[in-house]
Write a protein that binds this ligand. Sequence first.
Ligand code: NAD
Length: 466
Amino acid sequence: MTIDPTLLEAAVRKVLAALPADEKPSASGDGVFDDMDAAVDAASTAAKNYRACSLAERRRFIQAIRDCMTMPENLDYMAAQAVIETGMGDVAHKYLKNKFAAENTPGVEDLETSAWSGDHGLTTVEYSAYGVIGAITPTTNPTETVICNAIGMLAAGNAVVFSPHPRAKNLSLWQVRKLNKALAAAGAPANLIVTVSDPSIENTNKMIAHPDVRMLVATGGPGIVHTVLSSGKKAIGAGAGNPPVVVDETADIAHAAKCIVDGASFDNNLPCTAEKEIIAVDSIADLLKFNLLKNGAYEITPEQAKQLESIILNAKGTGPNTAWVGKPAGEILQAIGIEPPAGVRLVVFEAAADHPFVVHELMMPVLGLVRVPDVDAAIELAVELEHGNRHTAIMHSRDVKKLTKMGREIQTTIFVKNGPSFNGIGIGGEGYSTFTIAGPTGEGLTRTRNFARTRRCVLVDDLNIR
Ligand code: NAD
């Protein structure tokens, strides 16, 4: 017997149409689609179905994401695979970052309602979903950003299409599949989190242009932030930084040195928030260096730094050589023929303020130390080296006036005082975690409410019971 394919297709369509929307199978069932249009279509259907879910269900789905991402075997896998696939970072630190993202990213509770009641009735302003969000994630924090964005965006009632960095493709696909499985087990609509099997710039651009994608969130360098801000859509841009750390003569120098080594070596300096250059007041610079070395830093000479330039900078000398981003200090030392001492975590050297390692965001554990005559000169230089990114700055000082001055002058989204940079994203410091820090568009440390629109609901003349 031969079957007419047209009749067969019509019959299948009829069966699918009769199914409740959230039971319709996705193309692959695991959130990974071969085609960007199919991925966005599936996310659109998911977003519609998600509207029918209660807040209690939403909380359950968010908990399912947290539980899935904090399973020890998943934490182990993500940390190890990120280093293997991207060739960057530190396994133990990635483990910690993923755990923090899963546990401390705000959820549904962040959506606070405002209300007015009076003679004319009751008015509420509620946070409501955009629908489908397109999220572009970086290679430096691949899984952390997916965890953090997935929690925040779904908690706000959206579905999300991820466009991961091609260098983190396999791990990102693994993560989307895991999350879909966990969400399905928790009873969530299918395809709340989707991606494509072949992440690429072309697919990212397709996603950006798709009319059903109502909001874009880019976590990455200046290029992608500029792209989403030029899209004509609501966009959040979380871009590059070059965080300076200032140390003045009033600081607890031993503590400052430990914090700098801890912060600047964290995940081999990959975080956009990590200390990227040291600015030290001359009178304490030697003592600071002594303490940096005591805490696992290794000092190279200016000549050895020169040797490194041709290795760790790109061909034009305008930024890092990608092959060296996120590499351990020991490997970097070996590249210039230095046998690294056991436990080395950071490479430091005395640099001029215009040294390329100081000026450019390297994202590797190599920091120039620039001497300045006094704290005012330090603050001025810090502002210059931050390049107006308004991202992150760190200062070690006990002088409240100068701490205040630095905060006012540098205008960064994060300003950490007397601690390592990672305290600024909630790791060891107060406050929630995020891996999408939106300086350019002003949301700051993004949270659930940033992925929602506000909507006013007005009931006229009633429901005021005072
Ligand atoms: P990247 O800009 O190379 O890539 C980021 C993402 O954008 C990737 O998914 C990439 O595929 C995509 N992309 C880049 N250019 C594109 C284009 N022209 N069109 C379409 N897609 C494009 O950055 P990276 O190397 O992955 O990450 C490091 C950078 O991200 C650093 O500058 C770092 O400071 C920044 N960063 C910022 C934050 C933050 O929260 N502000 C967090 C992490 C990383």
